[in-house]
Design a protein around this ligand. Structure first.
Ligand code: COA
Length: 228
């Protein structure tokens, strides 16, 4: 169970920007976990690591803010921690990546995960990405770093396409996806209705690895997803 992992909690503590020392510390202690990814910019320092059940309360807070105030998600009722835990377990139980960004004070400032676009078997090589940041963390490169990490992990796992389903054609969301190589793949007009107005949904897509140039490997993840 990830909650009991001492290696992960090591990097929940506030850290100084002495990144080389921290990278060395991680190298010394870890031979079984993916290392956190360290970032430093003029605006803020942050690390990326796998999310755990212990992060669900903050993840719920971050997502709730977007449900209440934004059109990135078409949910209207705020889900509680129990529901967010169920969703987390479904996603990680299917071995999709679920990662968080932690600032220099140890505070979770954003998260991202990949999940099924649809669970019909033929969709098994396609993943949808989701990214949500606390308002104060936006516009500082955190979303792009989370998305790049998600892309790298999904590529390594063998997925072949990633789709972004962008609610309300939100400019920041379109920008972060374009910035990481996604291309437009269509708009579904009037597909949502929230805050008293019709919303267009923009689809963007990125080929992962060999994309559709080759057939995927048979009998290994993700070919085994959804009873294929
Ligand atoms: C959308 C979101 C994830 C983007 O993350 P972010 O950390 O704010 O974006 P970044 O700072 O990493 O910026 C990435 C790129 O997008 C651009 N960008 C960011 N916000 C922008 C905005 N409001 N308008 C136009 N471009 C914007 C940046 O200039 C940058 O471009 P570059 O790489 O060419 O320099 C974040 O703003 C967020 O959580 N928003 C609310 C929830 C949401 O919309 N989630 C998306 C669900 S699909």
């Amino acid at each position: 169970m990830e909650l009991s992992s001492p290696l992960r909690s090591t990097f929940l503590f506030p850290y100084s920007p002495r990144l080389d020392r921290l990278k060395g510390m991680w190298k010394d202690v870890s031979d079984t976990h993916d290392p956190p990814t360290f970032f430093e910019s003029a605006a803020m320092s942050f690390t990326l690591r796998d999310a755990t059940l212990a992060d669900i309360p903050v993840i719920t807070d971050i997502y709730s803010e977007s449900v209440r105030n934004g059109v990135a998600t078409y949910e209207i009722a705020v889900p509680d921690q129990s529901e967010m835990t169920t969703r987390f377990s479904t996603i990680t139980g299917n071995s999709y990546p679920y990662i968080i960004a932690v600032d220099g004070d140890g505070i979770v400032i954003g998260y991202a995960y990949a999940s099924a676009f649809r669970t019909r078997s033929a969709y098994r090589f396609l993943v949808e990405d989701s990214i949500y940041l606390a308002p104060e963390a936006r516009g500082r490169g955190v979303g792009k770093a989370l998305l790049q990490e998600l892309i790298a992990r999904c590529t390594d796992l063998g997925f072949r396409q990633m789709v972004a389903v962008i609610g309300g054609a939100h400019p920041a969301s379109i920008a972060v996806h374009r910035s990481t190589g996604f291309v437009d793949s269509g708009t579904m007009k009037g597909s949502g209705f929230k805050f008293g107005r019709w919303l267009d949904t923009t689809f963007m897509q990125l080929a992962l690895g060999e994309g559709l140039e080759t057939a995927p490997a048979e009998g290994v993840y993700p070919d085994t997803l959804y009873g294929a």
